[in-house]
Ligand binder design. Structure first.
Ligand code: ATP
Length: 224
């Protein structure tokens, strides 16, 4: 049972956005804000914001608004960002490199401790001060270094056998960028999927509903 079980999944899903937004307010030196102002800036209704924030303790005070710092701290605490879960990344290709370099793991509750690939051209290269290790050494590494999370940036075909090995090593938490459905074979794992293609297709759907294709689209399609 999760210690914040009383907070619903839709609220949890909105928490990162609140957290990001409150962080920006703090950067600007804002110390308190009303639900009305938050609502104007974030696009949620004021009553939704009051309801959401009441779920974990009601930081708002009538006539005062919300204390930005306390709310920011509490949301960070609920999300568990003060943890330091050890993560390894599998697949140091274009996407893997981008994820490794771009993400502020330490501010999000994680520390990246290893990067693996099976391509000899990538093994030994350095990304984010971490030397890419041959996937053959995965077992050895995980036995020496407690690993909580695996980040999957390998192609779909490579994922099942790697997932099996990680599972055997006791790793149960995954940040999955591959198109492989990790939860198919295991029911006791935690997976957060990030499917960039799905997101792009949704954008395409929204655009195609709203505007016509450009006239030269046919030529672009041929060139691709
Ligand atoms: P590149 O073309 O430079 O390999 P990419 O991002 O296009 O980059 P992908 O085919 O998407 O490559 O593969 C992502 C990464 O996963 C690559 O670095 C690849 O070497 C690695 N990879 C593929 N199969 C495996 C595997 N079985 N074990 C470990 N790493 C793998």
């Amino acid at each position: 049972m999760h210690k914040y079980e009383n907070i619903s999944q839709p609220v949890i899903k909105r928490l990162p956005r609140y957290y990001r937004f409150l962080g920006e307010l703090l950067d600007k030196g804002v110390t308190r804000i009303s639900s009305r102002e938050l609502s104007d800036k974030m696009g949620f209704t004021a009553s939704q914001i009051r309801q959401d924030l009441n779920c974990f303790g009601g930081f708002g005070q009538q006539g005062y608004g919300y204390a930005v710092q306390s709310l920011y701290n509490e949301i960070g605490h609920i999300l568990g960002l003060d943890h330091c879960y050890k993560a390894i990344l599998i697949g140091a290709g274009n996407l893997g490199k981008a994820v490794a370099v771009h993400m502020s793991f330490e501010k999000r509750g994680f520390k990246l401790i290893g990067i693996f690939d099976n391509d000899p051209a990538k093994v030994g290269t350095v990304i984010r001060n971490i030397t890419v290790t041959d996937l053959d050494k995965l077992e050895e590494f995980c036995k020496e270094n407690k690993t909580d999370v695996a980040i999957f940036t390998v192609p779909k075909a490579a994922a099942p056998s790697i997932a099996d090995r990680l599972y055997q090593l006791g790793i149960r938490n995954y940040w999955n960028f591959s198109h492989y459905d990790l939860s198919i074979n295991y029911d006791d794992i935690i997976v957060e999927n990030v499917h960039l293609n799905d997101s792009l297709m949704i954008l395409c759907y929204k655009i195609s509903d709203a505007c016509d294709e450009p006239e030269d689209a046919q030529e672009f399609r041929k060139a691709d």
